[in-house]
Design a protein around this ligand. Sequence first.
Ligand SMILES: Nc1ncnc2c1ncn2[C@@H]1O[C@H](COP(=O)(O)OP(=O)(O)O)[C@@H](O)[C@H]1O
Ligand SMILES: [Mg+2]
Length: 364
Amino acid sequence: MAEVVLKDLVKTYAGNDSRATDEVSLTVADGEFMVLLGPSGCGKTTLLRMVAGLELPDSGQIVIGDRDVTYLEPRRRNLSMVFQSYAVFPNKSVADNIGFGLQVRKLPADEIRRKVEWAADLLQLTPYLDRYPAKLSGGQRQRVAVARAIVMDADVLLMDEPLSNLDALLRLSFRAELKKLVGELGTTTLYVTHDQVEALSLGDRVAVMRDGAIVQCDAPTSVYDDPADTFVGGFLGSPPMNFLTGTVQRAESGRLTVDFGGQSVPLPQALSSYEGKSLTLGVRPEAVAVEGTADGEATLRGSLQVLEPLGSAVLLTTEVCGQPVKVQAPATFRAETATELRLRLPSAQCRWYDPDTGLLLEAR
Ligand SMILES: Nc1ncnc2c1ncn2[C@@H]1O[C@H](COP(=O)(O)OP(=O)(O)O)[C@@H](O)[C@H]1O
Ligand SMILES: [Mg+2]
């Protein structure tokens, strides 16, 4: 096991104008499960491949444990990797697939057997050890790939979208198993995904990437509850955070409000320097309430445009002063289209963003 430290990693592919990774720095603690999350093309795979040694950075440094491995050959880095395409050998049995790396290392046969049986047991592959991959389901093949990675006793486990080829139900069950397994192994893990739910459910911390840079790196609840900018708030959540832009005004009473065009909500005094300027309110659909009373809470009138029953909840699309606001209401909620709903916004769940930079503002 080991800590992984990435320092200012820059990588530009030949022929590309923009950097695939742009001065990325990240410290993954010993035993930590770190998820790299971001849309397609943001540089996740590039970052992982540099840690693996499959790509070399233009500049920057990679330290694993106490070794600078930036330019070290992949096989000397003592890490193992699971790819999206399971890449199992079709002409080898499950046992030989799992033990492949150990055979390459020329470990004694009985030791290989012991480790293969241990990994097969953990991944529920014991009944299939003599089978060939063609006779396995996609989920079982992916288990073989994970088993092959964990027998290596690597310092670091790298996984690039390992669940994305599985169907939705399998992905869900394997996700929970993977979390348990990696938790028990305690191996430092760097896990790449574009799936926000996967990221939140697996990660000790989630590093959200955009255009080759890490925008925010924090515990899952923190990136979800306190998105550092409108990109993170808009990427996480299904549907994502609502954003409403208005103008900060001072009422006759002296109180600050943000006016969205005929409707307004109170603004924390800490943001008084924005008087006369624009501000963006960020609030998650499940934080907005449509029922009950509104003691001391900001309210807005939203005209109901669409009501979508989702089984466990109802998703409402409303319009407030011409801007869309999504609301997640209780499963039993019903109302006619064009009904004017009273939307309650608990101040503790409202976030304020600078509309120019998109950055979260400290409102306390
Ligand atoms: N081998 C390559 N050659 C040229 N450009 C590449 C190569 N691999 C990735 N890129 C580019 O680098 C950027 C980051 O890609 P990648 O790391 O694969 O992103 P992600 O894994 O987040 O989808 C993208 O713009 C992609 O087109
Ligand atoms: Mg990728």
